[in-house]
Design a protein around this ligand. Structure first.
Ligand code: SF4
Length: 329
């Protein structure tokens, strides 16, 4: 089926990231403020509303979904949503991005509901540094969650670490070794201005520096053969056979020109970019019972109007009002 979600730069959109809650059990400094007022539950899209939206989006070309938050596992009964989405013809992939705190209890149920791909955020293996970054304890729970995901059979399991100068230098090698030892794919993500804290370019620990560390302390890296040009991560494999590593160089090598993503926030706003300054209220349309054809037109127009990409490296950059936890990662 030909995609109808093509923007004015020719980018085809097949990837929908759905935030199911803005709540989180951590308070990571790069994502959200410590004191925060969460959405009232009535503001959240119901599972039925999310599913209704996806049914409209699939014929337009959406075939890949990622559930995000906040922390998506704080939304009660998430496996039920996974099952509902699995039941929609045309969805070929459902993934999850989680902080892992609640994963040990939920991994098997999510797997049984049909989820197979999971990304777990983990910036450090040091408990004190975890607390410094997340403003909460929880390292042991995240590690337990990772092992539960392995036992349940998730594949691939990717570990996402935000790369911040002054913090990440000491974490790159322990995290990479941990991932290699347990058959996980480590991914380092350059720190972006989407949290509540004051972002400075100098705080980004760059992809090039991460690569240098990995190659000098572990093994040379070469690009993988099955590299997906639409993936935000540059993916490499260790030449000693010790697995793969991904680098998401959001700042030093923006990948906006191959972007295939749109986002639905927990309160039902459609955003055509993580950094979008405008959004469209689809909850309102869903609750008013607007015909599907009209909602489809709203989605098409939202994608068509997408800008070239974030302008973090320019003086034109404007930080969105919402922080990451209220958009969905
Ligand atoms: S910044 Fe926006 S356009 Fe660029 S990759 Fe992210 S979502 Fe896509």
């Amino acid at each position: 089926m030909a995609s109808e979600l093509i923007d004015s730069f020719g980018r085809v959109h097949n990837n929908l990231r759905i935030s199911v809650t803005d709540r989180c059990n951590l308070r990571c400094t790069y994502c959200m403020p410590e004191e925060v007022t969460f959405l009232d539950r009535a503001e959240l899209l119901t599972f039925e509303e999310i599913t209704a939206f996806v049914r409209v989006a699939v014929p337009l070309g959406i075939d890949k979904i990622r559930l995000t938050g906040g922390e998506p596992l704080m939304r009660r009964d998430l496996p039920r949503l996974v099952q509902m989405l699995r039941g929609i013809d045309g969805i070929r992939d459902i993934g999850l991005t989680t902080n892992g705190i609640l994963l040990a209890d939920q991994a098997q149920a999510l797997f049984d509901a049909g989820m197979r791909r999971i990304n777990i955020s983990l910036d450090t293996l040091d408990a004190a540094r975890f607390r410094q970054l997340a403003r909460r304890d929880g390292l042991d729970k995240v590690i337990a969650g990772i092992h539960a995901a392995r036992r349940a059979g998730f594949q691939p399991i990717k570990i996402n670490a935000v790369s911040i100068r002054g913090i990440t230098e000491a974490e790159v090698i322990p995290l990479a070794q941990f991932a290699r030892a347990h058959g996980l794919e480590m991914r380092f993500i350059e720190y972006m201005p989407i949290g509540a804290d004051h972002w400075e370019r100098d705080k980004v620990y760059f992809a090039r520096e991460i690569m240098e560390q990995l190659e000098s302390c572990i093994a040379p890296l070469v690009p993988v053969d099955d590299y997906d040009p639409r993936s935000p991560a540059m993916e490499f494999r260790y030449t000693d056979g010790g697995g793969r590593v991904g680098i998401i160089a959001s700042i030093s090598r923006p990948f906006c020109m191959s972007c295939n993503r749109v986002r639905l926030t927990a309160d039902g706003k459609l955003r055509n970019c993580l950094f979008a300054l405008d959004e469209v209220d689809v909850k309102h349309l869903l609750r008013r019972g607007v015909p599907e054809a009209d909602i489809a037109e709203v989605i098409r127009k939202n994608v068509q109007s997408k800008w070239e990409g974030h302008e973090i490296n320019t003086s034109r950059f404007i930080k969105p009002l919402r922080t990451m936890h209220a958009i969905g990662g």
